[in-house]
Write a protein that binds this ligand. Structure first.
Ligand code: NAD
Ligand code: DAU
Length: 351
């Protein structure tokens, strides 16, 4: 595939996917299409921005005319669609923005691709990156989500992602568009915006601020290192069967409270603090509304069909992640101070 448009490439996972594709496929032109919301940051891609096969275009996935024009200008064959509003807490306070970006934005991308490709599906692919949250919540009983688990989203975020998944499959079933969908578990690693649990807590430990654990802290998440997700995207993009869904997960379940204790231990050690220094920061606060109890992914279809498995152990990945945030305090301070947003406002006009 010659020209690949990646939406949301300036965000957390998108930046890892863009970096991987730009480096591994020098003969492919990678177009990063991103609106640069608060979560998008071109500093995430400093190391590839000068490469010949990389182009950044600032744009909104809800803007049909612009998307269509960009698809046409760059003769796009493949689309990897990651752009989304991604934070559950924000969706609870502002569901409309989630419906707009995640539902209407995905539909706009699909319609623009359909109109541009005009039924010539040969060598084309629309790859939609989605989440395990569409399946709802599991009991703490060892069960896991498979590709045929019922859709049962609870938050406005997961409802919007569920809806976008349905539109993607509808374009396959109705028009014959080649599509794949992946549903992945919680990612962690460098360049994640510090509103999500792991980078937020590392940053708070750094500043001696409270670590707000929602409710009892017994909720369970299945954590995957972001590079393992980017490698899965690469494999599914190149080898996945059209019309199929693949679950991606780390087989790595942690109760929030246990993860937080481990994170505190590692961060204190790397900061040179005495063991236990930051334990006092752990604070139980009011639970998230509609807080899903447990997510766990059965990734055996992806492993069996395409041979993917996570490569990073959690111990390796988490320590590397903490080290990265501590070594990149300028990045952390930049995204928390809003300096980078002023920079982009100057460069690209109002946001
Ligand atoms: P993120 O919030 O870090 O990044 C989202 C990116 O999308 C940002 O660069 C933002 O500027 C861009 N964007 C937002 N609205 C846009 C619009 N209207 N037009 C163009 N660009 C826009 O998100 P993330 O955590 O990297 O997640 C990426 C994708 O992966 C999302 O679709 C998310 O649902 C999915 N996902 C995330 C996780 C996770 O653990 N973070 C797990 C599974 C799936
Ligand atoms: O499962 C995949 C999903 O993982 C992605 O689709 C989402 O985009 C991504 O944000 C993530 O959703 P979560 O809600 O699971 O991630 P978050 O980091 O917000 O929270 C992880 C767990 O930690 C969750 O049970 C809520 C809890 N939490 C979170 C924050 C921010 C706290 O206890 N305190 C906090 O301050």
């Amino acid at each position: 595939m010659g020209n690949i448009l990646i939406t949301g490439g300036a965000g957390f996972i998108g930046s890892h996917v863009v970096r991987r594709f730009v480096r591994r496929y020098p003969n492919c032109h990678i177009i990063n299409f991103d609106k640069l919301t608060y979560a998008g940051n071109l500093a995430n891609l400093r190391d590839v921005e000068g490469m010949d096969n990389y182009t950044f275009v600032r744009g909104d996935v809800c803007d049909y005319d612009m998307v269509r024009e960009v698809l046409c200008r760059y003769h796009v064959d493949g689309i990897i669609h990651l752009a989304a509003e991604s934070h559950v807490d924000r969706s609870i306070y502002d569901p409309f923005t989630f419906a707009q970006t995640n539902v209407m934005g995905t539909l706009t991308m699909l319609q623009a691709a359909k109109d541009y490709w005009q039924g010539n599906w040969n060598g084309k692919l629309f790859y939609h990156v989605s989440t395990d949250e569409v399946y709802g919540s599991l009991a703490v009983d060892g069960s896991r989500f498979t590709e045929i688990s019922r859709y049962e989203p609870h938050s406005p975020y997961s409802a919007s992602k569920a809806s976008s998944d349905h539109f993607v499959r509808a374009f396959h079933d109705t028009y014959g568009m080649p599509v794949v969908v992946t549903n992945c578990s919680n990612n962690y690693g460098p360049y994640q915006f510090p509103e999500k649990l792991i980078p937020l807590f590392i940053n708070n430990i750094r500043h001696g601020r409270p670590l707000p654990v929602y409710g009892s802290g017994e909720n369970v998440r299945d954590w995957l290192y972001v590079e393992d997700h980017a490698r899965a995207v690469d494999i599914v993009f190149h080898e996945g069967r059209s019309g199929e869904t693949y679950n991606i997960g780390g087989a790595n379940e942690w109760r929030n409270i246990d993860l937080v204790r481990l994170l505190v231990r590692i961060t204190d050690r790397l900061l040179g603090n005495a063991p236990g220094t930051s334990d006092r920061l752990i604070t139980h606060v009011t639970d998230r509304k509609g807080h899903d109890m447990r997510y766990a992914i059965d990734a055996s279809k992806l492993t069996g069909e395409l041979g993917w498995q996570p490569e990073y152990s959690f111990e390796q990945g988490l320590e590397a992640t903490v080290r990265w945030y501590l070594d990149n305090d300028e990045w952390l301070d930049g995204v928390t101070s809003g300096d980078y947003m002023n920079y982009y406002a100057r460069m690209y006009g109002d946001r």
